[in-house]
Design a protein around this ligand. Structure first.
Ligand SMILES: Cc1cc2nc3c(=O)[nH]c(=O)nc-3n(C[C@H](O)[C@H](O)[C@H](O)COP(=O)(O)O)c2cc1C
Length: 210
């Protein structure tokens, strides 16, 4: 799937997500916020000028967002997480926010009561989709905004040409997501839990964490 598909899951299926910022002392703060809009490479949420959250966004315009959806129980869940830069874009998109999220009129019924609201856009950053409802597990990284085409920042464990093909890493891999048909062996990034067992087990130091 593409960035826009993951952002759509965040807006439509998750909708209420946890957003973290840092306070004036540099300590983490998290709260539930609705993802109101999404486009090709960004998401939008709103908050009121009087909130601590607003102050923190203005002081340090970075957020980490995480939310999950799916059926009952951990093994039916999928999560979308993003982190990146955020900017205040004023009230211009408020009519669109209220248009696409009619329940907002129950919380802020009169036009006048919406005065305090402003829209924030997460416009650049990176994200990850993690799906526990399939076997093997599925994960994918994606980029937002400017960094969208940049795949050089892919995080994970990689087997280098120091690999002797001994397969010890495979024996320790909980998802058996290492391709044994080639040398050096190759980790299937889409199915890797990032547990690090392979790196710890490799007697040749052939596994790198990036
Ligand atoms: C389901 C749900 C959705 C919420 N959505 C928003 C939202 O979109 N914008 C907002 O400002 N507050 C929203 N809130 C309220 C905030 O979580 C709450 O005001 C929080 O205290 C704000 O963080 P702060 O205390 O750091 O300012 C929501 C709460 C819930 C339970």
């Amino acid at each position: 799937m593409e960035t826009k598909d993951y952002l759509r899951i965040l807006r439509d299926e998750i909708h209420s997500a946890v957003i973290a910022t840092v306070d004036s002392e540099g300590l983490p703060v998290a709260r539930v916020i609705d993802i109101m809009l999404a486009d090709e490479g960004s998401v939008y949420f709103i908050t009121a000028k009087g909130k601590e959250f607003y102050r923190q966004l203005m002081d340090k315009p970075y957020v980490a967002i995480s939310g999950m959806c799916g059926g009952e129980g951990t093994m039916n869940k999928k999560a979308v997480s993003i982190r990146g830069k955020v900017k205040n874009i004023g009230a211009e998109k408020l009519p669109e926010v209220f248009g696409q999220n009619p329940y907002m009129a129950e919380i802020y019924p009169q036009e006048e009561s919406r005065m305090a609201l402003e829209v924030f856009q997460v416009y650049e950053g990176s994200g990850e989709y993690f799906d526990l409802s399939v076997k093997p597990i599925f994960r994918e990284q994606f980029m937002l905004g400017e960094g969208k085409e940049d795949t050089t920042q892919t995080k994970g464990y990689f087997i280098t040409d120091r690999c002797h093909g001994c397969r010890i890493c495979y024996s320790k891999c909980p998802q058996k997501c290492i391709d044994l048909s080639v040398k050096p062996l190759v980790i299937n990034q889409a199915n890797c839990l990032h547990c690090g067992n392979c790196m710890e087990a490799c007697p040749f130091g052939a596994v790198e964490k990036r």
